[in-house]
Structure formats: C-alpha cells, structure tokens
Write a protein that binds this ligand. Structure first.
Ligand SMILES: Nc1nc2c(ncn2[C@@H]2O[C@H](COP(=O)(O)OP(=O)(O)OP(=O)(O)O)[C@@H](O)[C@H]2O)c(=O)[nH]1
Length: 697
C-alpha cells in the first residue's frame, strides 16, 4: 500500500474547504462580466451599476472594494433593476461573512430571498439562491446547501443572463462535486460552459480557467490523476501567457504538485510545490503557502523521510497557528501525529490522528474521506490497533462504493468527452480571438508606422517649403533692397549726367547742420562754386539738342574727375552745376575755381564729328561766409550770393568766376544790400571779392 497524503489543497478541512469554496465563488464572480440583459421587456440590470460591480470584482484592495460597494448600495434602491440590486447585496453578504459576521450575512440573504419572492424573475432567484448555497457551504451546512442547489438548478433553467447562469451552475458544480455527485456536477459544468460560450469575449480565458479547475477537481476526486494533470497543465500554460491570470498560478501549481504526489512522482511534487510557494508569496496568498508546505511534508512522509517531513510540518504549523488558520493547523497536526506513529510513538501519534482526523472527517467530501481513511488505517496498523484498523478499512470500503460506481463512470466519461469537445472548440475560438487581436495589434503598429512615415514626409516637405519660402523671401528682400537702393540712387541723381541733383544737396545740407566736425579747430569752412555754361542756348541751336546733352554729360564727367571724394558735384539746373567743397581753405578757393574753369574750357567737347568749344562762368563763396554764423547766413543765402556773383561774371564777359571773399563792413549793415544787389555792394566797396579768369585762347 502506498503512503499517499490524504489531503489536497482544495479540501484541507471543512472550514478551509468552505473558505476555498467561497474563494472560488468570488474568483468565479470576478470573471462573470456579462452584458446588460433585459427580461420580459423590463430592464433587470442597471448598466452603470453593473459596470461598477464588475470593477468591484477586479479590485484587490479590500478597503477600496468596501467603499465602492457602499457607493453602489447607497445609489441603488429597490426600484432599480432587480438583478443589479440583488447582485450588489450578495456581495455585501459575502463581505460581512468574510468579516466573521455570519449572522448578518444570513439575515441579508434571508432579506434577499424575500425580495426574490416579490420580484420573481428567474435571474433574481438564481443570483439569490446561488449566494445562499455558497453561504450555507461556508457554514458547513452541506445538506441544506445541496437542497437549495436543487432549487437553484430549477431557476437556472429559466434564467436569461448568461453571467447569472454561469455563476449559478459553477456554484452547483462545486457543491455536487464536494458531495461526490460527480455526474450532476459535470452536468452543471456543461451548463456553465454553455453560458460561457454566450458571453465569449476577451475575458473568456479567465472564465474557462475557473471552470476547468472544477473539472480537474472532479477528475482528481475520481482518481483520474493524469486527466486532471492534463487540464491543470493546460490551465497553467494559459495563465502564464495572460498576465491577468497571474493570481491563479499559485493555486494551479498547488494542485499540480498534489497530483504529482498522488501519482507517486515525489520529486516533481516537491519541486512544483516549491514553485507554488514562491508564486503564492509573490502574489500574497499565505493560505496557499501553508498548504504547499503541508503537502511537501506529506510527500516526504510518503518517502519515509520523517525527520525532514517533521521539520517542514513544524514550521508550517507554527505559521498556521500564528495566522490563526485553524483548518490547515488541523491538517498539519494530523500529519505530525502520523509521523509520530511511524516513528514508534504510538499513543501520542494515535491521539493526534484521532483528534485532528475527527475534525477533518467531519467536513471532508466522501472522496477525500476515502483518502483519509487510508492513513488512519495505516496508523492503526503500525500501532498494532488491528480492530480499529479493520473498522477504518470497512468505512473506507463503504465510502469507496458510494463514490465510485462503474455505471456512473461510464455516463460521466461521455459527459467528460462532451465537455472536452466544447472546451476544445472554445479554446480554438479563444485562439482565433487572440490571433485576431494580434493581427489588430500588428495592423495598428503598421498603421502607426505609416502615419509616422507620412508625418515624417509632411515634416520634410514642410521644411523644404519653409526653406524655399525663406529663400524666396530673402531673394525678394534683396531685390527690394536693391530696388530701393536704385530708387534712392536715382532719386538723388540726375539721369543725364549721373551727377547728384538738387535733392541730394538739400539732404546733405540738412544733415550738415548737425555736423559738429566743422566746429573743430584746424577745420576750414566749406565752399560752393556755382557754374553756368556760357551761351548754352547757342550750342543747342548750333549743334543740336543731343550735342547740348553731350556737352552737359562731358562737363559733368570732367567736374566729377576733378572733385575730391569728399566734394559733391551737383547738376543744379539746366546748364548749371554746383560744386560743394568740404573743408576748403578760402585762400585756395580761387585757384580751385580756376582749375574748374580750365577743366571745362581747355578742351572742346567732342560730339560725333563735331568739336564744341565750351566755357563757363562761376560765382563762389565760403560757408560759413566771413565768419558769420550759419543761423544768420545759411547755405541758401550764401548760394544766392554766389549766384549773384555768377551773374556779375556773365555780365562782365563770361568765362570767368567772381569769388565773394569777405565783408568790409559789419554784416548787419551790409546784409540788405548784399542780398538784394551784389553789384552795388561791390561798387560801394562793402564786399571783398576776387575775379578768376577762364582759359584764354
Ligand atoms: N540740350 C540741353 N539743353 C538744355 C538742357 N537744360 C537747359 N537747356 C537749355 O539751355 C539753355 C539755357 O539758355 P539760357 O538760360 O538763355 O543761357 P545761355 O544760352 O547759356 O546764355 P548765358 O547763360 O547767358 O551764357 C536753354 O536754351 C535751355 O533750353 C538740357 O538738359 N539739355
């Protein structure tokens, strides 16, 4: 006879089993997100609150869950959709039960039953009764729970909401399984599977995991360990691929470890249990850590490694007692007692086995009791208590007959095959959904890449456009600048001679007023020589207008060549030129003017095959004149004097220049005459002047 540990993680002890049932209940609830359902034309569910309740199930923080549920319950009233109303209150019932206030939980469920009597929708009844079954199981009221399960099954037939149908049938599956009614359990697992197919969506993997776990438990109860292991392995694979299923991995590993143990694969069992412990610690599931430690101890017992087993189990017991995990503590103490018996401490060991075994038997399923009796009988045998051993074996045989009936196994295997077929179909559908999802992800990535490339192209084109626009704008600006320059050039130039014009001088003179250099010591005054070509009308008349133009151009060029870079040569009027000389020594002004007259008259102007002799008459003056401040005698007045001097030059024979060099009387006295009649001022000797002759031929 092999030494097989009697207890697995799922049915450790009555209370713990109830806890596991309750956990399963909540785990299943957490996967039952269903769409809004309407029945008899009236809305049974209230979508926003349903969504809140779905969110409630996905929360892990108890306080946050409590707050959220409170909000929903306060918001709801009996007039709201009855299905949502009862759903919320069943969660509240579970919360208070978990807090240890079972009486309160019972009273909530009692109220819900009354509510269902007033609102007799199948969905409402199913939700309420499923909750009642779970609560009765929690309390260890198995018989009562089974009775209510039958009622529940009746209502579920008419229920419309697939979430409710799924939940109710899974609760019944668990219930019948724990009562060794495997056939009925499987039937309801199939119903649950049907409901599941109606709410098939991206959460189907989670739902299927819950259902598959039930099936694996049934297989395990029926001692069909390889089949159970296959389901568990498949579930583990799925859970590892889906991060939302991470919390389920520890319990699946625990079950896998247990199944290896049942198949005498001891090392595999220990390894997998170790992994279960690591995962349970990582996901904060201390209950699973304790059961895994117990199961490792149990496997060591199986290998007769009692010292190691005792060490692990003592450690586990310490932790179980500290955590007040009474159920696991009983289980561990049973195993420790078994070790004592095996080590020869019969009285101590048997006492522990009887005490803790009684506790375990009271709440175990029949299938689990069969296992337990194996160890009890073996312990009696080792202690030499053969009578008790025989009783234990008889009881075990009775239970065995109840649990395993060949007829039933046959019909069950058919159902099992049906389940597997549907399961496979659902798995394929799930895979297809995953593939579709993956394709969508790939498509999205491709779309994103395309958008990114298009965006890049747009940016590049945008940049090119901006660069082109910038270049065009820059060119336009340059052209504009150029045009402005030209405009400015032409506005200040005489188009015929290209010399500066009147405006240029006016601009210059308005600037000159702010020119402070003139006030500096060592600086000479400026000067103006105003020139008029002699008998220009005759030139026009004799040689033609074009020749006249040519004369003006050539004279302009000659004057420009003669002038310094600081001087300004201006075409003042028709045949009039003005030379404005900066910083010009008055002593040298006559000499400069003479050079000017020679420049004009020395050489005749060539035009076509004609030689045109040209002379000019000039008047010149310094500025400021005779030390008179320019505010009293400005450049225009000075030019007027030079113009009068020029006129005198014309009157006195042309080809000469009159320079007005100074005053022989105070300016105030001379001023009226000077401005009106220069000839008279000269005659009266009020003015100091000089005559410069042009080239004589
Ligand atoms: N070809 C040409 N002739 C011009 C231009 N501007 C003015 N004139 C002519 O120059 C002549 C000037 O004649 P006047 O003012 O009588 O003087 P003038 O003949 O030079 O005689 P004086 O000045 O007294 O020596 C006029 O006949 C104008 O038509 C020009 O740009 N081109």
């Amino acid at each position: 006879m092999t030494l097989t540990h009697p207890v697995d993680h799922k049915c450790i002890s009555p209370r713990q089993r109830s806890f596991v049932v309750a956990c399963l209940w909540i785990a299943l609830l957490s996967v039952l997100f269903a769409p809004v359902v309407k029945a008899d034309g009236s809305a049974l569910t209230h979508t926003p609150y349903e969504e809140q309740l779905d969110r409630y199930l996905s929360l892990s923080d108890r306080e946050a869950k409590r707050v959220l549920l409170q909000e929903v319950i306060v918001g709801l009233n009996t007039r709201h959709a009855p299905s949502t109303y009862v759903r919320a209150w069943t969660y509240r019932a579970f919360e208070v039960a978990e807090d240890g206030d079972v009486d309160n939980a019972v009273s909530i469920v009692t109220d819900l039953v009354r509510y269902a009597e007033r609102n007799p929708y199948p969905d409402v009844w199913s939700e309420v009764l499923a909750n009642k079954v779970a609560l009765l199981a929690w309390q260890g009221e198995t018989t009562q729970a089974l009775l209510v399960s039958d009622q529940l099954a009746e209502h579920l037939i008419h229920a419309e909401n697939p979430r409710v149908r799924y939940y109710g049938n899974v609760v019944i599956t668990g219930m019948f399984r724990s009562n060794s009614q495997f056939e009925r359990a499987l039937t309801h697992a199939l119903y649950a599977q049907d409901a599941l197919s109606e709410i098939n969506n991206e959460r189907s993997a989670t739902r299927r995991l819950g259902l598959n776990r039930q099936i694996a438990l049934i297989q395990s109860d029926l001692r069909n360990y390889p089949a159970a292991l296959e389901i568990v392995n498949r579930s583990i694979r799925e859970a590892r691929e889906d991060s939302s299923l991470e919390e389920d991995i520890p319990s699946l590993l625990l079950m896998k470890g247990y199944l290896h143990g049942q198949m005498d694969q001891h090392q595999a069992s220990i390894d997998v249990h170790q992994e279960a412990i690591e995962w349970a610690e990582r996901t904060n599931q201390p209950g699973i850590v304790l059961v895994s430690m117990n199961n490792i101890g149990s496997t060591l017992i199986h290998q007769e490694r009692y010292a190691e087993a005792e060490e692990v189990l003592s450690q586990a017991l310490e932790q179980a007692l500290a955590a007040e995990n009474e159920d696991t503590a009983h289980l561990i103490q049973f195993n420790l007692g078994y070790i004592q018996v095996m080590l020869g401490n019969a009285s101590e060991g048997i006492a522990a086995i009887e005490e803790h075994g009684a506790y375990l038997l009271e709440h175990y399923s029949e299938s689990e009791q069969v296992d337990l009796y194996t160890y009890i009988a073996k312990a009696y045998q080792r202690a030499g208590m053969f009578e008790q051993q025989a009783e234990a074996l008889l009881e075990q045989r009775r239970l065995n007959e109840e649990v395993f009936q060949s007829e039933r196994e046959k019909s069950m295997s058919e159902m099992q095959a049906r389940y597997e077929a549907i399961e496979q179909a659902q798995q394929i559908e799930l895979l297809e959904q995953r593939n579709a999802l993956q394709e969508r992800v790939i498509e999205n990535a491709r779309l994103q890449r395309t958008i990114f490339i298009l965006f890049g192209i747009v940016v590049v084109f945008g940049l090119i456009l901006v660069a082109l626009l910038y270049r065009a704008a820059r060119r336009a600006n340059l052209r504009l600048k150029d045009a402005n320059k030209q405009l400015e050039f032409h506005s200040l130039r005489d188009p015929l001679t290209q010399l500066l014009n009147r405006r240029a001088l006016q601009e210059q003179m308005s600037k000159r007023q702010t020119d402070e250099r003139r006030a500096q010591p060592g600086q000479h005054p400026d000067a103006m020589i105003l020139l008029d070509i002699d008998f220009f009308k005759k030139i026009n008349d004799q040689y033609g207008h074009a020749a006249g133009d040519q004369v003006l151009k050539v004279i302009g060029e000659r004057l420009a060549t003669l002038a310094r870079s600081s001087d300004m040569v201006i075409r003042w009027g028709g045949e009039e030129f003005l030379i404005f000389l900066r910083n010009s020594d008055p002593e040298k002004l006559a000499e400069i003017t003479e050079r000017v007259l020679r420049t004009i008259g020395d050489e005749p102007v060539q035009h076509e095959d004609m030689e045109i002799p040209v002379t000019a008459t000039a008047g010149f003056i310094s500025l400021p004149f005779a030390g008179i401040p320019e505010k009293d005698l400005n450049w225009e007045r000075a030019l007027q004097i030079a113009d009068m001097a020029l006129y005198i030059g014309k009157v006195h024979g042309r080809n000469q220049a009159y320079g007005i060099m100074g005053l022989n009387a105070p300016y105030e006295q001379v001023q009226p005459l000077l401005e009106r009649d220069l000839s008279k001022a000269i005659d009266q000797d009020k003015v100091d002047y000089i005559i410069v002759k042009g080239p004589q031929k």
